[in-house]
Design a protein around this ligand. Structure first.
Ligand code: ATP
Ligand code: ZN
Length: 283
């Protein structure tokens, strides 16, 4: 198989989860912080460690074949790349925020106002869609201090818990986009067998994350009710126990479904319920 390169963040919020995902896919490599590139020992892939801002363009230009990066960065760089898989980590949202005592109450009030941001492209697109004409002030960091310094009337930035906003006397005003980490590829790369193989492994890891392996004991007379409660399962395994009237039910269920059913399962006579993590689910 042809050897490909995947770019991931060198350090920062996406680094650890990106490394963990690749390792869970069975790739063996050293995560040397000092080196820019490392090779997987048992898979035809090299891993490039980069600043997240550079990843979309590197993938667009084919310097890396694949990349893991926040959707916010892909949108901001306007890179022409293929989305291969949403990865479910690095979740955040980008919002417009205003000072607590701001006179701004409607979107139209943003007309003629100054908005500080590190994401001018995404903000401009949003303002154009809303037919608002505001003065975008692009700054590279500490956006949240700019209203306090009199540099802007509002900000547009990543907000997760809102703690940073609060400590700067700001409050969320409008949600613009939500973002998560995405596996992207150079256009056309999806047809490479290495990519198909990696994608299959990633999807099996993601599926496993959402699901649990559940084992429970039940009296045979309750079995029908219990099986009817287990959603989305074609055919759970039912194993006899040493005690004749009892069986063990083994099944795979999403964690969300499980918590929704736990009380009913107990009421229907399930006992000794054991929930275990699953490493991979290969369909
Ligand atoms: P780099 O040094 O690689 O340029 P950075 O400082 O630009 O790193 P990080 O703060 O590490 O970036 O964030 C990387 C990505 O993590 C963001 O682009 C975003 O997609 C995601 N993210 C998730 N939650 C948050 C959050 N609370 N604050 C900032 N980014 C977040
Ligand atoms: Zn960055």
């Amino acid at each position: 198989m042809k050897k490909l390169k995947i770019a991931i963040q060198k350090s920062g919020r996406l680094n650890e989860k990106s490394v963990e995902l690749l390792k869970n896919c069975g790739l063996g490599f050293e995560n040397y912080k000092s080196s820019l590139i490392t090779s997987a020992a048992n898979f035809p892939l090299e891993i490039l460690f980069l600043r997240d801002d550079d990843i979309p363009e590197y993938v667009q230009d084919g310097i890396a074949d694949l990349g893991i990066v926040g959707e916010n960065v892909i949108m901001e760089t306007n890179a022409d790349v293929t989305y291969l898989q949403r990865l479910g980590f690095g979740k955040c949202s980008l919002k417009i925020a205003i000072p607590n005592n701001s006179p701004i109450t409607t979107l139209e009030d943003l007309n003629g106002k100054a908005i500080a941001t590190s994401y001018p492209v995404i903000l401009q697109k949003f303002l154009d869609e809303q037919q608002i004409s505001a003065d975008i002030r692009t700054i590279s960091g500490s956006v949240e201090i700019s209203p306090g310094l009199g540099l802007s009337d509002a900000i547009f930035d990543i907000v997760s818990t809102g703690g940073t906003l609060k400590s700067n006397g700001l409050k969320p005003f409008t949600d613009v986009i939500s973002s998560e980490a995405i596996l992207i590829g150079m256009n056309g790369i999806a047809k490479e067998p290495v990519v198909a193989e990696l994608l299959q492994r990633i999807q099996s890891v993601l599926r496993a994350k959402e699901t649990k392996y559940v084992v429970l004991n039940a009296e045979k007379k309750n079995l029908e009710t219990i099986l009817s409660l287990l959603p989305g399962v074609k055919s759970p395994t039912v194993v006899p126990l040493a005690e004749e009237e009892w069986v063990a039910v083994h099944t795979v269920i999403t964690e969300q479904d499980f918590w929704g059913k736990i009380n009913q399962l107990k009421a229907a006579g399930s006992q000794g319920i054991v929930v275990m993590p699953i490493e991979k689910i290969i369909l």
